[in-house]
Design a protein around this ligand. Sequence first.
Ligand SMILES: CC/C=C\C/C=C\C/C=C\CCCC(=O)SCCNC(=O)CCNC(=O)[C@H](O)C(C)(C)COP(=O)(O)OP(=O)(O)OC[C@H]1O[C@@H](n2cnc3c(N)ncnc32)[C@H](O)[C@@H]1OP(=O)(O)O
Ligand code: FAD
Length: 640
Amino acid sequence: MSNEVNTDLLKERSTATFDAERLTEFIYKGPEKVKRKRQIQNIVLQDKFLQSFKPTEFYDRDGQYNNAVRRQIYIMDRLEELGFRSETDRLNFREAAAPVELSPFGLHSGMFVPTLERQGTPEQSRKWVPLGKSFKMIGTYAQTELGHGTFIRGLETTATFDPETQEFILDSPTLSSIKYWPGNVAKTVNHCLVMAQLYTQGKCHGTHLFLVQVRSMEDHTIMPGLEIGDIGPKLGFDGVDNGFMKFNKYRIPRMNMLMRYAKVLENGDYIKPKNAKLTYGAMVMVRVWIVMDAFKALSRATVIAVRYSAVRRQSELRPGGEEAQVIDYQTQQYKLFPLLATSYAFLLAAEGMSQIYAKISSDIERGNLEDMPQLHALACGLKAFCTWVGCEGIEVCRMSCGGHGYSHASGIPKIYANIVGACTYEGENTVMMLQTARYLSKSYFRGQRGESLPELIQYLTIDLNVKSTLGEDCSFESLVAAYSHRAARMVATACKLQNANKQKGMPSHDAWNKSTVPFIAATKAHCHLLYAVYGIVENMGEFMQDGYFNQDQISILNRKVLALLEDIRPNAVALVDAFDYPDHLLQSCLGRYDGQVYEALYENSKSSPLNNTDIHSSYYNYIRPMMQKRSKSKDISAKL
Ligand SMILES: CC/C=C\C/C=C\C/C=C\CCCC(=O)SCCNC(=O)CCNC(=O)[C@H](O)C(C)(C)COP(=O)(O)OP(=O)(O)OC[C@H]1O[C@@H](n2cnc3c(N)ncnc32)[C@H](O)[C@@H]1OP(=O)(O)O
Ligand SMILES: Cc1cc2nc3c(=O)[nH]c(=O)nc-3n(C[C@H](O)[C@H](O)[C@H](O)COP(=O)(O)OP(=O)(O)OC[C@H]3O[C@@H](n4cnc5c(N)ncnc54)[C@H](O)[C@@H]3O)c2cc1C
């Protein structure tokens, strides 16, 4: 490989109108943090073991899982040796060491341990959290069943209290009650947090969480009374052993129910929690994190596509001139620059969401549940919006790289395959949007009754007769007003339909169901408040429906979006460089910092296992016999 940087990329970097390094410092919160992040990434780069892994697509499923376990355990050991204590250091190390591979211990650290911490009593947490943190106990979060994922109240696994033995009896009474999908259940973990319907004194009290040992701590054999296995290959998540699990009257001690909020006493009495939805806390937490995952996935794809578009030359833009960088085509800019802006918007949204989560969840822990519905609505809406928009955007990035985007060598298919799961897991996106929609609907009617609303949704009460004041400058205030107006109008329209349905005599659940299509559109509009000119141009109909903008304003917006493409053009490469993703993190022949994409693609193809021999065994086994058979056939030899 040559050591030179592609001349087009050199030019792009030298003509940028701002210093990308300053923006990097803004993203990572200061120069010291950037320095530290790079030091950590360099440690990984120097690590021969970590650099010895081939991309996951070169391994079969068994090899992918095996490598994922091997690599993740090595990472854990190295983190200990290096003495990294700060969460940021550890995250930077993990991301650099396994940039595209999901961990078979992800749910252990991401859901199992935090749920023990937050849903266990102080005694339970003291007992189990240290075991979890030190990996003496390895666990996951097992909720979804064959028959139910979305509808948690419909889960069928039962946990029946037996006061005689002071135990719960876990059972899978039907085929559809078998736990199905939980990550790392199949091969990795020895414990699970199981969501099951609690029965005591002959009465069902709804779903609760139970700590269940599923494999022996001595030899990892499956505990008697359980059936456990892998569910098979998936679109992504190659190194993750999503599993199934069936309980056959399996007993666990009473104290293995997580009892911070709800309790079952020795005599079987049930003590209700302050709010039944407190048991869903782990899901809310992960939805918040997923917004950051969507940022990381979309921004990586954007870096790859923008750099490649600066290097790739195709066709003549000026007749008879040199072939143009594809980034100079207006259509290419229109595909990529809004996604670049979206990446930055997602970063800010993810950080804002995390702050709100930290504040409200600490209130909840102190017993103040007032803001629980607001947190739930925000986390559901942003999780769904950011993963949907992120996945659509990643696909646009892939296609904007032409044929090479389709190759794993581009790095984009893997980014997509992993993040697209987030449109489904931790709450299917439509269902999540509808949770936010219910909140908007209730808030709208509250606003109509003159009740005060939380700041984020106060716009629902604005006067919808006011028209836009947007002028040539497309001021920030006029854009925010436009998004608020559109969302408020769409929420009002959906609510009026819901009301009209009720007035026609429909029961309230039907009135709701028959207005959910407009509610989804309204909720997307609510989440879309992150955007500016492009978002209006792309959704003009919704902004125009009640004549909010006049014809002149539409022309201004259409001109503005094209002018903005020109403004971004000289800075596009610097804007993606600022994310400061090193090559070994991107794992992309197209998104390389030095732009030597053709050399990289050519080198990469040589490592395809099909190139191990010039003549593949299938020639001897099938092609040659087929040709020999055909050459003997009269018809063919006659034609030849
Ligand atoms: C992840 C760790 C890091 C790295 C590892 C790497 C990779 C891991 C990848 C993937 C992990 C994936 C893990 C999972 O998928 S776990 C399973 C997740 N499952 C779900 O998310 C299920 C989705 N369903 C639900 O959340 C709920 O069932 C529901 C749709 C919200 C409805 O619940 P239900 O009990 O039926 O509620 P209702 O009775 O209809 O609602 C009454 C009332 O309560 C409100 N509500 C519901 N949930 C909450 C909540 N969490 N907080 C506050 N309020 C809540 C609901 O809106 C309703 O309010 P109303 O005002 O309308 O009455
Ligand atoms: C990669 C991956 C990892 C996972 N990891 C885990 C894990 O670790 N632990 C775990 O417990 N689970 C896990 N899951 C399961 C996941 O949480 C569920 O699949 C998810 O919650 C969706 O539920 P479902 O499969 O029942 O979808 P369904 O609810 O069956 O969805 C099917 C369709 O029905 C629609 N629908 C359903 N209900 C409604 C409604 N009320 N209103 C309107 N439309 C509706 C949906 O929009 C969707 O279009 C994982 C799933 C995946 C893909």
